[in-house]
Design a protein around this ligand. Structure first.
Ligand code: HEC
Ligand code: HEC
Ligand code: HEC
Length: 209
């Protein structure tokens, strides 16, 4: 057994494994890569995004994506904003709730999902999710509230289930393998949280800066 497995080679082996077993998925993965590459590098003006009616006078009243998004902490994939950092640095201050009676629930707990095979383990951070989302978005629909009760698989994620309900749709895309698979594994040992967390990947929990 090798002591360390390079991310690129495990990506390759993963793609090769699924291409022999699940033929449709490989095309899907390539499609995903193509979409995220196409989205990177530009913010389309509202009149050209295929969503807003370019003839509507309202389009001129609205703020253009470039004006709003170019001021926030940049990212390379998706819509090119590092949203978790934009929130933590106070660049954006979204309203927490519409109704005064709504209880805002947050949880600061990381969960390590150990992955079978060569990929690094997955760190699921509750805090960074519950800054935006209520528990109901995930519990008990997509995920059970007990570690290990939900059978999570990359195949289902790539099909838009589990983490893929949001990642690749409204949150950073699935092409960013290492943002989820961020905990390297030592042979024969359970993966654990590294003492120093790479700030490019994650803010250490609880600092709230
Ligand atoms: C974005 C999705 C998401 C949101 C939002 C979310 N969770 Fe979770 N939660 C998970 C996942 C994924 C797991 C791990 C499930 C597994 O291993 O099967 C988990 C596990 C848990 C567990 C079990 C942990 C353990 O150590 O056994 C608890 C308790 C929990 N969540 C509570 C909450 C609460 C309370 C909230 C709201 C404040 C919340 N979660 C919001 C995704 C979410
Ligand atoms: C209900 C929606 C939803 C689900 C389900 C979900 N996420 Fe997220 N996730 C988000 C949002 C929103 C963000 C913040 C925006 C962004 O980073 O693109 C985020 C951010 C993250 C981050 C970045 C944290 C940081 O510090 O930058 C990681 C890692 C992550 N998610 C992992 C996962 C994993 C693993 C799963 C499945 C176990 C999952 N997420 C399921 C919505 C979701
Ligand atoms: C949004 C978070 C997220 C991203 C991005 C992500 N994964 Fe995963 N991946 C997971 C989770 C969660 C699991 C299941 C962990 C477990 O076994 O409990 C998983 C499992 C896996 C597995 C184990 C086998 C299986 O089918 O479940 C492989 C291999 C894998 N991922 C490869 C990749 C590759 C390659 C990429 C990039 C193209 C990627 N992952 C991107 C969250 C993610």
């Amino acid at each position: 057994m090798r002591a360390s497995i390079s991310p690129a080679s495990s990506v390759f082996r993963f793609l090769r494994a699924i291409s022999s077993r699940k033929t449709g998925l490989i095309a899907f993965v390539i499609g995903l890569l193509a979409i995220s590459t196409a989205m990177a590098g530009q913010w389309l003006p509202l009149g050209k995004d295929g969503v807003h009616d370019p003839r509507s006078p309202a389009v001129k009243q609205l703020q253009q994506p470039r004006d709003a998004l170019s001021k926030l902490t940049p990212d390379t994939p998706g819509n090119q904003v590092r949203w978790v950092q934009a929130l933590e640095k106070g660049e954006i201050t979204p309203r927490e709730k519409l109704y005064p009676q709504t209880e805002v629930r947050k949880l600061d707990r990381d969960i390590i999902l150990d992955v079978n095979g060569g990929m690094p383990a997955v760190r699921f951070p509750h805090r960074q999710h519950t800054e935006w989302l209520d528990c109901k978005n995930c519990h008990d629909g997509i995920f059970k509230m007990r570690t290990g009760e939900t059978k999570i698989s990359m195949f289902l994620i790539l099909q838009g289930e589990q983490c893929g309900v949001c990642h690749g749709a409204v949150a950073f895309p699935l092409t960013e393998c290492m943002r989820c698979h961020s905990i390297s594994k030592q042979p024969g040992r359970k993966p654990e949280m590294p003492a120093a967390i790479n700030p490019q990947m994650h803010q250490p929990t609880g600092t709230g800066q």
